[in-house]
Write a protein of this length. Structure first.
Length: 536
């Protein structure tokens, strides 16, 4: 067979050739844009020529500090097209971490959204590798800024070559993109994605037994383009010629609901927080969501109650998936096997709220101190993963040795795997609660609490305990206008869990602290609770 390289330029070329008139709908600060793949192709090529003119060399990094919009999409293809690496920077990182990732990746050029300039301006004196800044905006004028030299993206594109040819001698194992993990402790860790990994990951997103993304779809990635390449969706949606809807800066749940309705979005993906927000507006408002055929949820556990609300109340199919920055991200996808459709509703929702089976080409196992765990849905162990879109090291980071051993990625996620092969994430290793020598899953408790009609959000953390070593404490945000007491919540939980699982305390809060990608920041909650206990 021919050993043709699996590289990124042919993905865009396919959209240019076969779907030139299909659209990328993009919301920016000033406007809604509708660009055809023909235009996106020409603009991407012009950007590739501009980056080359700036002296960006093969293997060098170009960073983006940007929302989900068409200019970001163009950068997704332009940088890999000249053999450079696109580093998508999480704009919500602390300034320390922001400086760390830009310097550690040795970004040469930064592409920055106009409204995000202040974030970079605040740390510019600490940046050691950047020689050029480019502002992403609808305007051709360069705004006032302390970043120097600063160029206008649109002005540069006007001078670029829209027929620029991408490199033809790219090796599929060259890096094409890069993201850092949103570490809750320690410095973020850099993951490089190869052309090959991204191409194969895109193929699997098109499989009928996974997300089945296709040309028929109108795909709206809500997950940020800096969070594991927006789960790879901009690459695969372009590859398949799907219509894309990119929701741009500072979107609200209302705006997402409006976009779903007006653009007939069929496919969307994001973390549970996004869907909680959307549920609240759509249950109050009057939106037509009938176009949606798949809402993909990952990044944190999707509470079963959320899956049921989407499907039963709104008639919107909702799918639970699991992955990590280190895995591009798709590892597993929860779907019913053909013979499970006839199982009871209870069994079906149980399957659907697990994290699902590994997708083709991904290999998994669970391991604990006794060796490999049995696939019986009971034994718990750390999840190990390998596959063609799983990283095998962190970029220049000695923590690689800990995470990547004997050909497997050690995830730090504790799982059970059932007889059908479905993974259930019990907890992060460090979030599991060990009470009197027995494990309590904070995730299970959280999901159950979030099923209570008065509860909007809940996070359960372990706090040190003299007698039992650790005990669970629940932090709960109530829905507007609802009340429930600690005793009532524990009574409700007592129907589902043994008594020793029930939280020792329930703290009612206005909001829960979150990580930069919208997950509950349990470390902060734990410190808050332990600190308050010490003071009292
Ligand atoms: P990140 O690299 O930021 O995407 O975070 C990856 C981590 O998020 C995983 O190691 C899991 O702990 C968690 N995670 C991702 N998807 C899920 C899911 N569907 N259910 C539970 N945890 C998840």
């Amino acid at each position: 067979m021919m050993n043709t390289p699996l590289t990124i330029p042919p993905m865009l070329e396919r959209a240019e050739r076969y779907f030139p008139s299909k659209q990328v709908i993009s919301r920016t600060l000033d406007d809604m844009h509708r660009l055809s793949y023909r235009e996106i192709g020409r603009r991407t090529r012009a950007l590739a020529s501009v980056l080359t003119e700036f002296g960006l060399k093969r293997g060098e990094r170009v960073g983006t500090v940007a929302w989900n919009h068409h200019r970001h999409l163009e950068a997704y293809f332009a940088a890999p097209g000249i053999g450079a690496v696109l580093h998508m920077i999480n704009m919500r990182l602390s300034s320390d971490h922001l400086v760390y990732v830009i310097n550690h990746a040795e970004d040469r050029i930064l592409l920055i959204d106009e409204d995000l300039l202040p974030i970079v301006e605040a740390v510019k004196d600490q940046l050691t590798s950047v020689h050029t800044y480019i502002v992403l905006s609808d305007k051709k004028e360069v705004p006032h800024s302390t970043l120097k030299p600063l160029y206008s993206y649109e002005a540069l594109l006007e001078k670029g070559n829209p027929n620029f040819a991408f490199l033809e001698d790219l090796d599929e194992n060259e890096p094409a993109a890069m993201c850092y993990t949103s570490a809750t402790t320690g410095k973020p860790k850099g993951v490089l994605y190869t052309h090959r990994g991204i191409t194969l990951h895109s193929l699997v997103q098109g499989m009928v037994d996974t997300t089945a993304l296709s040309e028929n779809d109108v795909c709206m990635p809500v997950v940020p383009m800096f969070h594991v390449n927006a789960w790879g969706l901009p690459f695969s949606a372009t590859f398949y010629g799907a219509t894309q809807v990119l929701p741009g800066p500072q979107f609200t749940p209302q705006l997402l609901a409006e976009l779903i309705e007006s653009e007939n979005v069929t496919f969307t993906g994001g973390v549970p927080t996004i869907w909680l927000g959307l549920l609240q507006v759509i249950e109050k408002g009057n939106y037509d969501l009938s176009s949606l055929r798949a809402v993909i949820c990952g990044g944190s556990a999707a509470p079963r109650s959320m899956i049921e609300r989407f499907e039963k109340t709104l008639n919107v199919p909702f799918f639970h998936a699991y992955g990590m920055t280190e895995t591009s991200p798709i590892v597993s996808y929860a779907r019913l096997k053909s013979y499970q459709h006839s199982w009871s509703e209870e069994e079906r929702y149980q399957i659907r709220s697990k994290q699902g089976m590994a997708v083709p080409l991904i290999d998994i196992k669970g391991v604990n101190e006794n060796g490999e765990i049995a696939w019986n849905g009971k034994e718990m162990g750390e999840l190990l993963i390998r596959g063609p879109w799983v990283a095998d090291h962190y970029h220049e980071d000695e923590r690689s040795q800990e995470a990547f051993r004997n050909g497997w990625l050690h995830t730090g996620d504790v799982v059970t795997i059932d007889e059908e092969g479905a993974i259930k994430i019990v907890d992060r290793t460090k979030d599991l609660i060990k009470s009197g020598g027995e494990w309590i899953s904070s995730v299970d408790l959280e999901n159950a609490i979030m099923g209570h009609e008065a509860v909007l959000e809940a996070a359960v953390v372990s706090v040190p305990h003299e007698r039992w070593q650790e005990r669970p404490v629940a932090c709960v945000v109530l829905k507007e206008g609802h009340v429930v007491t600690k005793e009532e919540l524990n009574e409700y939980l007592a129907t589902q869990f043994s008594k020793w699982w029930l939280p020792d305390d329930v703290l009612f809060m206005k909001q829960l602290p979150r990580t930069s990608v919208g997950k509950f920041l349990k470390r902060a909650l734990r410190e808050q609770i332990v600190g308050a206990k010490k003071e009292s």
